[in-house]
Design a protein around this ligand. Structure first.
Ligand code: HEM
Length: 537
């Protein structure tokens, strides 16, 4: 029969190209030429070599050869789902973003991840988990790119390559896969003691979640929001799982990893498929936008610090429900591109030096990971708000732009020649006073590396404390260099003498000398800590 036109009515191949071939009774080349076979190469005789002129063979193998894109440099292993966020209106007094209008429903895509393992690594490792939410708001996409731990390892983005190099598998043997102990990781976090709080969260039961559905999420940084009157507040975002927070103990995690390295990924997909839709409440801690950007003495620009909920309760502003698994892992989970700079009107960044660096890094990495500057055109990344940009051309451009004058003002293309600006604009609306001499110094408050890990450790139950001490000892026992183990125990002595003694005993090391504590802050004096070894951390 004569080949039907590509889109003719009744052609079984009509429809979404994504599944056309699987449903059709015939196959074509990428150019639409029909094929006689896709199973046999063209050969010079049935025992002869394959002929270079077999275009289908070359096209098929060439396309296959390029099926992989580079995995994310961090957070390579992930699992994702679609859902909806419903606002309860409580945020409207502080934030004008339409996503927070009472009753407003906004589609979301959420990607959970481990940080350090490669794409094929196991799920139930001891590691931080990514918790990245893309809100497809009417006013442009807003990404809340957070983690399941409310503090971060470092305070300045310039250290991010260093911590990641230290925590990724050793360059010589490419082991271990994830953040189990090894010398470079422990070397880094004991020389850069700002990492003490995050490392302690990792060593606690929080380091091995039971399920993605049972994790909290945190925006970590302080964000600046503004309301309709232009009044500003500082906020910290929290996701609270309706199922509660649950962890695996180490032995369970080992068994789960051995039996099913896809344990978390399967759990999420199975739950959604069976209709047990996971839900999280989104909450904010609201803090006054004070000149010094501190709250109760806590520096809000320091991403290694939390504000305890006793001091600033989390106020619930909406609920997210995940209701649909991705149809295609590559197209959605792999190609999604989050960015902390994707903001909606009324939600703004602060000068947290870690956040500031992130604002550069994500777009930069995605240009290389997703092959050029046009990845916002990929279906999963397409905003649900109209896009009116003047970006043109570039690798993988799929839009066919009309007109001749992609600049404003212009007098050639008809319509409105001018760029009028918008009252509802996203990005840098809040006039923030900025001054100061260029300096690489950091605020003195950034030197306090121990008060918060101490608070965290002392908030744990005795069983959780024992798990944490055991995790430190288990992981540190894997370090080859005794000096690193000894230094780690000293660092813990700055946090809690009992913890340091417990870990030291498990490692067969002498207990460290107790550190003199300031009677008011119960912290070691700043001059006393972290200066026994060469570091600028
Ligand atoms: C990816 C969170 C700090 C660079 C991610 C992802 C999350 C995340 C959740 C995975 C996104 C996804 O699922 O696709 C965080 C948090 C941070 C932090 C909560 C601190 C509070 C940083 C810093 C840098 C950085 C300081 C660099 C200076 C990256 C890069 C990726 C990434 C390059 C890969 C992005 C991609 O390929 O699409 N981060 N991150 N992150 N992060 Fe971060």
């Amino acid at each position: 029969a004569a080949p039907a036109a590509r889109t003719a009515t009744g052609n079984p191949a009509e429809g979404d190209p994504a599944d056309r071939a699987q449903k059709s009774s015939y196959l074509t080349t990428a150019q639409g030429g029909r094929l006689t076979t896709t199973d046999h190469s063209l050969r010079a005789g049935d025992r002869g070599p394959i002929l270079l002129q077999d275009h289908h063979l070359r096209e098929k193998i060439t396309h296959f050869d390029h099926e992989r894109v580079p995995e994310r440099v961090v957070h390579a292993r992930g699992a994702a789902a679609h859902g909806v966020f419903r606002a309860n209106g409580a945020a409207k007094t502080i934030c004008r973003a339409g996503v927070f209008d009472e009753g407003k429903e906004t589609e979301v895509f959420v990607r959970f991840s481990t940080v350090l393992g490669s794409r094929g690594s196991a799920d139930t490792v001891r590691d931080t988990r990514g918790f990245a939410v893309k809100f497809y708001t009417d006013e442009g996409t807003w990404d809340l790119v957070g983690n399941n731990i409310p503090v971060f390892f470092i305070q300045d983005a310039i250290k991010f390559p260093d911590i990641v190099h230290a925590a990724k598998p050793h360059p010589d043997r490419e082991i271990p896969q994830a953040q189990s102990a090894h010398d470079t990781f422990w070397d880094f976090v004991t020389l850069h003691t700002e990492a003490t709080a995050h490392t302690m969260w990792n060593m606690s039961d929080r380091g091995i979640p039971r399920s993605y559905r049972m994790m909290e999420g945190f925006g970590i940084h302080t964000f600046r929001v503004s309301n309709d009157k232009g009044e500003t507040s500082l906020v910290k975002f929290h996701w609270k799982p309706r199922l509660g927070v649950h962890s695996l103990v180490w032995e369970e995690a080992q068994i789960a990893n051995g039996m099913d390295p896809d344990f978390h990924r399967r759990d999420l997909a199975d739950a959604i498929e069976s209709g047990a839709y996971p839900e999280w409440d989104l909450g904010v801690q609201v803090l006054p936008d004070s000149k010094d950007e501190t709250f109760e003495g806590i520096d809000l620009l320091d991403p290694t610090k939390i504000v305890p909920e006793e001091l600033a309760p989390v106020q619930i502003i909406g609920t997210m429900k995940l209701t649909k698994n991705p149809t295609n892992y590559f197209a959605e989970t792999e190609q999604v591109a989050f960015h902390p700079g994707h903001l909606a009107p009324g939600i703004d960044v602060t000068a947290d030096p870690l956040l500031q660096g992130r604002l550069f890094s994500y777009l930069d990495t995605q240009i290389s990971r997703l092959g050029g500057p046009n990845f916002a055109q990929l279906p999963i990344n397409r905003p649900h708000a109209p896009v009116n940009d003047m970006h043109r051309d570039g690798m993988h451009q799929t839009a066919v732009h009309s007109g001749v004058a992609p600049y404003k003002p212009n007098s050639l293309d008809g319509g409105c020649p001018f760029f009028a600006g918008s009252d509802d604009a996203a990005l840098i609306d809040v006039p923030v006073h900025v001054e100061g001499q260029a300096t690489r110094e950091k605020p003195a408050s950034f030197e306090d590396h121990y008060s918060q890990p101490r608070m965290f450790y002392r908030s744990l139950s005795p069983v959780e404390q024992e798990h944490t001490a055991s995790a430190y000892a288990f992981e540190l026992a894997k370090c080859y260099e005794p000096v690193i183990r000894e230094r780690a125990v000293k660092v813990l002595g700055n946090v809690d003498q009992g913890l340091a003694e417990s870990v030291a005993a498990k490692l067969g090391l002498p207990a460290p000398d107790p550190v003199d504590l300031d009677p008011v802050t119960e912290s070691p004096a700043l001059s006393q800590v972290g200066r026994e070894w060469p570091t600028d951390g």
